[in-house]
Design a protein around this ligand. Structure first.
Ligand code: FE
Ligand code: CA
Length: 512
């Protein structure tokens, strides 16, 4: 519990002055904090040519109810500068952090210059936040290069976020996070770190879980370094949920929607995102696009909220009778139409699908049988074929798929349809390993090398932890896989075991 001793406040003027002053409505209180209210750090995200979203959340005692706040609406000021020393302030303003939204702060700064770096910070009472670095994207016709990293899957208990420490030391324009930012699970025995609460189901549980993850200083450093593009996967709500079907098949759709509303709201409260308000938090629409001049168009997708239920009762298995049903969908009709229409209209060179689950089919059976994942795009062959044909039509040779979820690095050549070997290669899929999920990791999963011959489009697999760095121009795309040898203790070095290259006008992956 927070006590008044911990969370003092006072009126900046006396009641007498207030009643005498003509602008008494300006009377306000100045919060005072015994503990740093910016313990969760700062972040920026969803950059545009003229703006970027700045984020923080007041939480002086992150693991306590309400993050240690006392229930009052609290003023927060922000500053955005053209230099790191804040000598040239470009914009500043004041917002109110409210308990209904977890004391989160989202500032969508408008009116900025394209393709520029900025620095930002927040203040409440006497407390100043750390400084973050944000930037805008290049304007529509600019052929500017892009360097970015992408990551996923950061189960807090499984290990340290050393990969984020290395990511934060890189020169990057953007960071894309492809989901499993938190895990909903109860604490498990024998892990390097420990979840502070039981399995999370209600809004305050999700808030406390995000707060615990965000106390990690390596994660904070990665957020402060560059703007992020964030999407979610399953564990932000419930393992392998699909639309209104939970992991426990006995839950009602209404129960799943209630949990989704809590989980989606907490996600929004903790992410530097610009997404439209919804009538219900259970229906938060988060698919959105970030153009990078005419170099690349990044499509941030949601493959959880609208998908049909996994066929064959989920898992990695031999396809059953319900596999490949005509109506299967991964994106839902509206998102799929938005994506295909958008790719058709975009004049950017690389069309980049930033999404969750592996699109390339990997057959884990080295023999004549087939064993595939029902949770990934292989479980949805009809929807996958429809999307890949559209990519072949609108972005042949220019399609790049970015994927998380599977806790291992992979590289695949992408075909305009994998069920038809006559369809051409139209691009590549790069899959990032986990930041920490799964613990220290290993060189490769045991079942992968024997199955490689049966999966000729698969070019690389590593089961080490890490992230992926990409350097992009309108002439070529370079992907560097970064790995760390362990996460069970801090301090692991970073290595670059493999590099791949895509070249404009040349089909298929080249060695880096
Ligand atoms: Fe994961
Ligand atoms: Ca996942």
């Amino acid at each position: 519990m927070t006590t008044r001793r911990d969370f003092l406040s006072h009126l900046s003027r006396t009641a007498f002055l207030a009643s005498a002053a003509p602008n008494a409505w300006r009377l306000e209180w100045r919060p005072r904090f015994a503990d740093d209210p910016f313990a969760l750090g700062v972040a920026s995200g969803d950059p545009r040519p003229d703006g970027v979203v700045l984020w923080t959340r007041l939480a002086p005692r992150p693991l306590e109810p309400e993050g240690g706040m006392d229930g009052r609406r609290t003023p927060v000021t922000w500053e955005l500068a053209a230099d790191e020393q804040f000598a040239r302030i470009v914009q500043q303003g004041r917002v109110t952090a409210v308990p209904e939204l977890g004391y989160s702060v989202h500032v969508d700064v408008p009116g900025l210059e394209p393709d520029r770096w900025y620095w930002y910070r927040f203040q409440t009472g006497e407390a100043k936040s750390p400084v973050g670095r944000a930037r805008t994207t290049p304007a529509g016709d600019a052929a500017r290069p892009l360097a970015f990293a992408f990551a996923s899957c950061q189960h807090f208990e499984s290990g340290y976020y050393t990969a984020f420490r290395h990511l934060a030391a890189e020169e990057l324009d953007l960071v894309a996070h492809l989901g499993d930012y938190i895990y909903e699970y109860a604490p498990q025995q024998g892990q390097p770190r420990r979840h502070a609460t039981r399995e999370i189901r209600a809004l305050d549980d999700y808030r406390a879980r995000y707060a615990q993850y965000k106390t990690d200083l390596d994660l904070q450093a990665a957020h402060a370094r560059a703007p992020w593009l964030v999407t979610w996967d399953d564990h932000e709500v419930d393992n392998n949920y699909a639309d209104e079907v939970g992991e426990n098949g006995m839950e009602s759709a209404e129960q799943v929607r209630t949990r989704r509303a809590a989980a989606y709201q907490a996600w929004w409260e903790h992410m530097p995102v610009r997404v439209p308000r919804a009538a219900s938090w259970a229906d938060l629409t988060i698919h959105r696009a970030t153009p990078w001049g005419r170099t690349a168009h990044l499509w941030v997708l949601d493959t959880r909220q609208y998908r049909s239920d996994q066929p064959c009762n989920d898992g990695v298995k031999v396809p059953c009778a319900t596999y490949g049903a005509a109506g299967d969908t991964m994106l839902g009709e509206a998102q799929e139409r938005w994506l295909v229409e958008g790719m058709r209209a975009s004049s950017a060179h690389w069309q980049v699908l930033a999404q969750q689950v592996m699109m390339a089919p990997f057959d884990f059976d080295p023999g004549p049988a087939t064993r595939v994942s029902m949770d990934q795009w292989t479980g949805y062959p009809v929807a996958r074929d429809r999307l890949l044909r559209a990519c072949g039509q609108h972005a042949a040779g220019r399609t790049v798929v970015l994927t998380g979820d599977i806790h291992s690095h992979w590289t695949h050549e992408v075909r305009a349809g994998w069920d038809r070997p006559d369809r051409p290669v139209i691009g590549a899929e790069f899959v990032c390993s986990s930041i920490s999920s799964g613990g220290d990791g290993e060189d490769q999963w045991r079942e992968v090398p024997p199955a490689m011959a049966a999966n000729p489009d698969c070019k690389y697999h590593s089961a080490r932890r890490g992230y992926v760095r990409c350097e992009v121009s309108d002439r070529e795309w370079v992907t560097r896989y970064r790995t760390v040898p362990y996460v069970s203790r801090p301090g692991a070095p970073v290595e670059t075991p493999r590099t791949f290259r895509l070249e404009r006008g040349r089909t298929g992956l080249q060695p880096g």
